[in-house]
Write a protein that binds this ligand. Sequence first.
Ligand SMILES: Cc1ncc(COP(=O)(O)O)c(C=O)c1O
Length: 399
Amino acid sequence: MKKIINEYDNYMVPFYAPANFVVKKAKGSHVWDLNNQKYIDFTAGIAVTNLGHSNKDLITVLKKQSEELWHLSNLYINEPSVTLAKKLCQKSFADKVFFCNSGAEAIEAAVKIARKFCSSKIDKNKNEVISFTTSFHGRTMLGIALAKAKHLIDGFAPLPKGIKNHPYNDIDNLENIFSDKTAAVILELVQWQSGITKADKAFINKIKQLSKKYNAVIIIDEVQSGIGRTGTFFAYEQFNIKPDILCFAKGISNGFPLGGILTTNKISKYMTVGSHGTTFGGGPIACSIGNKVVDITSKKSFLNQVRKKETRFIKILNRINTKHDCFEKITSAGLWIGVELNKKSNISVDDLIRESHQNGLMILKANPSTVRFSPSLIIENKLIDEGLKIFEKTITGLQ
Ligand SMILES: Cc1ncc(COP(=O)(O)O)c(C=O)c1O
């Protein structure tokens, strides 16, 4: 294992500081490293493998599709992509879909589509985009310009123009940055980077009101919150807001790269052939898997289970906090959980993650004071209990 880790350091551009083990295989919510040490996975590939690792049904779909049609390009129609597009429209506000490969590309497409729509239908100078602090919209130049956080943009200037950034969940002075030049407002309804923070009612209402007044397109980034993660198929279903454009990726194909946007006929009719596109997006294998994922994760009974498991997590975490008084805040949206450590605990997030790994539990960072859990949506109750036992043991060890 040491040799591979050394070679990783020798050959990989140092954008990551990965855990100090090499993963050999994974099944359900378990992961094994090259030394056969077993881990309980509360990360699911950063909210991606929602149906668990090496899911049997998805393997069957992948094998069958790979033997029939592997790749084609978007110059020819493949049936799985059309079936998936129809399914996503039937399960949402949307009339039309564009497929790409990742979350960042979905954001790129959404902003391009919003600008194209506004410049074609309303005014060619209507191109400004409003975004919010502590957001995350991916690592492209556009994504980091939207989030505008120092740690994301340092060293990468010049950034794309026409973006105005405002404090999240703050309606004071929000109208001052809207104008007739506003083409779009982009937001996450649940921000992970600020520790699983939900958009509040007044904020949503203000965005709706101002977008209507200034004819701005509402883009909802559901790259991480979509596909059952928050206990509804899309998070917007819980927030009394209808997107004009919705971005999805992560869970849609359980780890096989696929992303996309949903939108309306009103907007899509202004898109023209050749004005946007992709080589890989909407490929038959990714979309076949996506079809199966959507069939499973959009079922009411499935989504009810997600909410039940959320309750289980929160109950146990509250119990841990009563015993150890170590959390400032526990927040959640379905199986997406933020645990903010309090100052008293004197535990650093990086230490907690490293020691959890050591003890056989995989968890994620949300920000310098908050850890994040995004387990598979089919994680067994027994593994929730076992994983949280490891988490508690790790905390005790660090206190
Ligand atoms: C809310 C949100 N938007 C966009 C992205 C970017 O997605 P990707 O990493 O697939 O480009 C992410 C990734 O974590 C995300 O969480």
